[in-house]
Design a protein around this ligand. Structure first.
Ligand code: HEM
Length: 486
């Protein structure tokens, strides 16, 4: 195996320059901000679930009204938690994959400050009732231009090392990242500016469907896949099973994903040709996603013991498992027949939690579990808190998913039988109560991680292992080469 990239990467850093390749403090601050926003988002989710049980804990306070809290829940998850986590991940991975530093440390701090100011403005704006009428784009209209500027700064910061790189080939994670940066900007502009200023009424519907789905598919997904393809080979210390398959995934995602947004509006007044095309492209994306799942499990095969030894691998494994279940679900739910039952029911909410939480957040947890000791220089403070975090979260999501999926089917069939809405709502109470209890389990798990992260950062137990010698691998002309230094 040629370790050429390590040498190349080292050669590209001038001997006199002692600036580290990776700005660890930036990674750490993005992770800490992500944790803060996630904590608020979880509480918002819990509170909103209580509203559906008619137990709203903060009655008659306008700025804390339930509708606003729901938007805070979803927006803080997407922009506060996941995007901050992805920025942390990019600051860690891109310099290693390219052997080059990001454009500027100062710019890094500007982006960190600006991005979190945007989230804060969104958070306050939503409390004040300033939401834009775009699902998942409720960011007040006066914040939107700043998001676009923020995305451009991220391009400058992270394309610089990619363009400067002298690596002979680009590892698949970089393919996903480079495309994801552009897609984020374009998706945001399409979803937040077009329906607001250019396209109105029914025509805006498909655009909004496209926006919701592309935010997941063209921002969260490429970052998540790139993250998995980077960390899993490093932790397992072996190359990914098939580099070719990972590239099939890339092109499949790029080609089919943007076409399927209308599947959020099946059975609506959107023209049928658009609905049918969304169904077909969704099936195509299914195949693409399966390729990623196969690649993960084939890479993991032969390293089964890692599930016992490595907490990060456990998170990645469970995330891949949730992905497989999601895919199976999609195969049913994208058909028009199935839609007649599940449309507008809690089945969809279960599906949303399985993907956003079970897959991408779990992979993010795997990354945090892996990186936090390296960032703090200390071993994890409490192994048992790590296990509690894992099991409480996995249990919580499992129960939430099962109860909402079952509830969704009950709701759907009752609606098909023209049961009065009041009766349906009464029947949903046990399912919603279970969801609230499962939320408590998730919050308890998250608290374990928070305590452990703070205690680890303050503890004085130096890490005994640093992964300096491993990096992701790929095959170039039948030869296995490592890509970038770790
Ligand atoms: C304490 C844990 C959580 C609770 C109790 C909770 C509860 C809720 C509730 C009540 C809704 C609104 C459902 C509706 O309008 O009928 C919701 C929506 C949503 N939540 Fe959570 N949530 C939790 C954690 C999370 C996490 C960790 C994520 C992602 C990482 C997440 C992602 C979402 C998404 C994407 C939606 C929108 C679903 C849709 O519109 O179909 N939630 N959540």
């Amino acid at each position: 195996m040629a370790e050429t990239s390590l040498a190349d990467a080292a050669a590209q850093v001038p001997m006199t320059d002692t600036t580290p390749l990776v700005e660890k403090k930036l990674v750490k601050f993005h992770i800490m901000s992500a944790a803060l926003w996630f904590s608020i988002a979880l509480l918002a989710g819990l509170f909103y679930s209580m509203q559906l049980l008619q137990q709203w804990p903060l009655p008659k306070i306008e700025v804390l009204s339930p509708g606003r809290i729901r938007m805070i829940h979803t927006n803080l998850i997407a922009f506060g938690f996941l995007t901050n986590s992805f920025l942390a991940m990019l600051y860690w991975t891109v310099p290693r994959l390219t052997g080059q530093r990001v454009a500027s440390k100062t710019l890094g701090w500007i982006i960190w400050g600006a991005w979190n100011a945007i989230i804060l403005a969104t958070y306050i704006g939503l409390h004040m009732g300033e939401a834009q009428a775009v699902e998942w784009g409720e960011t007040p209209v006066w914040v939107d231009p700043f998001v676009v500027v923020g995305a451009i700064l991220v391009w400058i910061q992270l394309y610089t090392p990619i363009v400067r790189s002298r690596e002979k080939s680009m590892y698949v994670s970089l393919w996903y990242f480079s495309a994801g940066f552009v897609w984020l900007g374009l998706t945001y502009i399409m979803g937040n500016f077009f329906p607001q200023y250019l396209v109105a009424g029914n025509a805006a519907g498909p655009l909004l469907g496209l926006y919701i789905h592309d935010l997941v598919g063209l921002w969260v997904t490429p970052m998540g896949w790139g993250m998995m393809y980077f960390f899993v080979p490093i932790i397992l210390r072996k190359p990914i099973w098939s580099h070719a398959l990972s590239l099939v995934g890339f092109w499949g995602l790029a080609f089919f994903y943007p076409l399927q947004g209308v599947h959020h509006f099946l059975g609506s007044p959107v023209p049928m040709f658009a609905q049918y095309s969304a169904v077909i492209s969704t099936i195509a994306v299914e195949i693409v996603v399966v390729s990623v799942i196969i690649n993960f499990f084939m890479t993991w095969r032969g390293s089964e013991g890692a599930l016992q030894r490595s907490m990060p691998i456990r998170w990645f494994w469970l995330g891949a498992f949730c992905y497989a279940v999601t895919c199976l679900q999609c195969a049913f739910q994208v058909t028009l027949t199935f839609q007649q039952v599940i449309h507008f029911t809690d089945w969809v909410v279960a599906h949303a939690h399985l993907v956003m939480f079970g897959v991408f957040s779990f992979w993010t947890f795997g990354m945090i579990e892996h990186l936090w000791p390296k960032l703090t220089g200390n071993e994890w403070w409490s192994p048992s808190l790590r296990r509690w975090f894992f099991w409480l979260t996995a249990f919580g999501l499992g129960i939430m998913f099962v109860s909402l999926t079952a509830g969704g089917l009950v709701e759907g069939f009752m609606a098909l039988n023209l049961t009065p809405r009041e009766t349906i709502l009464q029947s949903m109470r046990p399912f919603w109560l279970t969801r609230t209890l499962s939320g408590l389990s998730i919050i308890a798990g998250w608290s374990c991680l928070m305590v452990n992260m703070v205690a680890t950062a303050r503890a004085k137990r130096a890490v005994s292992h640093v992964d300096t010698e491993y990096s992701p691998f790929e095959t170039v002309e039948d030869e296995e080469v490592s890509i970038g230094a770790v």
